[in-house]
Design a protein around this ligand. Sequence first.
Ligand SMILES: Nc1ncnc2c1ncn2[C@@H]1O[C@H](COP(=O)(O)OP(=O)(O)O)[C@@H](O)[C@H]1O
Ligand SMILES: O=C(CO)[C@@H](O)[C@H](O)COP(=O)(O)O
Length: 514
Amino acid sequence: MAERAAGGCCLGWDFSTQQVKVVAVDTELKVFYEDSVHFDRDLPEYGTQGGVHVHEDGLTVTSPVLMWVQALDMLLEKMKASGFDFSQVLALSGAGQQHGSVYWKTGAGRVLTGLLPDLPLHKQLQACFSVSNSPVWMDSSTTAQCRRLEATVGGPHALSCLTGSRAYERFTGNQIAKISQQNPEAYSHTERISLVSSFAASLFLGSYAPIDYSDGSGMNLLQIQDKVWSPVCLSACAPHLEEKLGPPVPSLSVVGAVSSYHVQRYGFPVGCKVVAFTGDNPASLAGMKLEEGDIAVSLGTSDTLFLWLREPTPALEGHIFCNPVDAQHYMALLCFKNGSLMREKIRDESASCSWSEFSKALQSTEMGNGGNLGFYFDVMEITPAVTGRHRFSAGNREVSAFPPEVEIRALVEGQFMAKRIHAESLGYRVMPKTKILATGGASHNKDILQVLADVFGAPVYVIDTTNSACLGSAYQAFHGLAARTDLRFSEILKLAPSPKLAAIPMPGVSQEDP
Ligand SMILES: Nc1ncnc2c1ncn2[C@@H]1O[C@H](COP(=O)(O)OP(=O)(O)O)[C@@H](O)[C@H]1O
Ligand SMILES: O=C(CO)[C@@H](O)[C@H](O)COP(=O)(O)O
C-alpha cells in the first residue's frame, strides 16, 4: 500500500474531533495510502470521550493540545513503519476541526524553529502552551461574550454582515474573549493564537503558520468581504489580539517548506511545500469537488450542510465563509451538534450497539415512519439552540417513547428534515438537477443515505473515501504546487474521480414534500 508514489505525491491531513487522519494522493490523483490515529482508542491516557472533555458545567468542552501533537507523532511513526516513502512528497496541506483555538506560550516560536530530529514533537512542545486544554467547536460556554460582541458592533445582523455570522458560542473570537477575561495571566503569556488548522500547519512548518481566510471566517473576527481582521471585533474580544493572530492569508497560499525536523526525522525532501491548512468543512468542499447548485452533507462528529455561494448572503442563522478554492466566492454552512454521537447513543439504546441492527430498523420501517416524528438533542443544539428529546405520534401528540425501530427512523428522518427545513429557510431550493454529496463516517451507511435521499427528494452521491477533508487538503496541496501556472482548481482536478451514485429517492417521493 505504501510503496506507490514513484512520480511524487501530495499528503492531506485532517485534525478532526475524534482523530488525526492522512491520505496520500499520487500525481494521477489516486489515493494510495490512508491512515489515522483515534484519540480515545490510541491515546487512552488523555481520557477523552469522542476526542474531548466535557466539563462539569456541561457547556465547556476542551481537548488536550498535547494529545493532538502526540497523535501526529504516532501517525508519522505508523507511516514510517509501513514503509511510506516520504521523499516522494511534493507538497502537503491539511484541515482542522473548525473554531478550536491553540495558545502558544511566549518563547514557543523559538522552540518550534529549533526542533531536534531525535525526539518526538510532543516531548519538545510540552511547555509550549499557555492553555493546555484547547476550547473546541462543541463548547457553548461563551454566551456573555457573544452578547457583548454583538452589542459592540451594532447587533447580530451587523455582525453577520461584517463577519458572515452573528455571534456563536463556539466561534473563536468569543472563546479568546473568555480566556482573556477568565485567565488573564495565561492570555498575557500567549505570543500566538492559532486555529486547530494553522496550529497543525505550524507543526509541519516549524514556525507559526498563518490563518487562512476560509477557516478564519469561523471566528467572528474576519471581515469576509475585505479579508482583513475587523478592528472593532478584535478590540471587543481581547487586547493585542491582532499581533497574536498574525495576518490572514488566501487558502491556497504556499506558506513555506516543511521544517528541517521532518526532513531529517522522516526523510521529507528539502523544499517540500506546505500549503495553508483550512477548516475541515472548507476542505471537504474541495475534496468533493462541490459545484454551484450541489448540496454537501457531512456526517462526521458534527453534521454539517454546505453550499457554494457566489455572493455572501449573511443571515441570523447559519454561516458564510470565504470559499477555500475560489477567492472571489463564498460558502454557506449550517452546523448541527447532535450528529454522529447522538446516532451512536440511539444505536446503543435501541439497536444493541450495532450499526447493522440500526440499519435493519431503517429497512424494516417505512418512509414517513407512519407519521411518527422525533427530534433528539442530548446536548444543546447549534441549529437551533434547543435541548431535549421531543417525540410526536401520528396525531401530533407528544409522547415519551417509541418502539426501538420507530425511534431509529424518527431520529434519522428528524435529523435530515431539520437540515432541509433550515437550508430552505436560508433560501436554498432542491431543484431537479440537485445532487447531494455525502461524506463523513456515517456516509458508510447506505440505509442512512437512503433516508437522506428520500427526505431531500434528490440523489445522493459519495466519493471513494469518507475522508473528504483529507482528500480536499491533498487537492489543495496540488493546487499550491501549480500556483505559479495560474491553473484553476477545476482544471487541476480533471483527473480526480467523480462522485458515485449511492442512493436515489424511493418512487413516490416528490421534491415538494420534505
Ligand atoms: N456504519 C456506520 N453507520 C453510521 N455511522 C457510522 C458508521 N461508521 C462510522 N460512523 C460514525 O462516524 C463517526 C465518525 O465520523 P468521522 O467523519 O470519522 O468523524 P470526525 O472527522 O469528526 O472525527 C463516528 O462517531 C460514528 O458514529
Ligand atoms: O463547528 C463546526 C463547523 O462550524 C464543526 O463541523 C467542526 O468543524 C467539527 O467538525 P467534525 O470533526 O465534526 O468533522
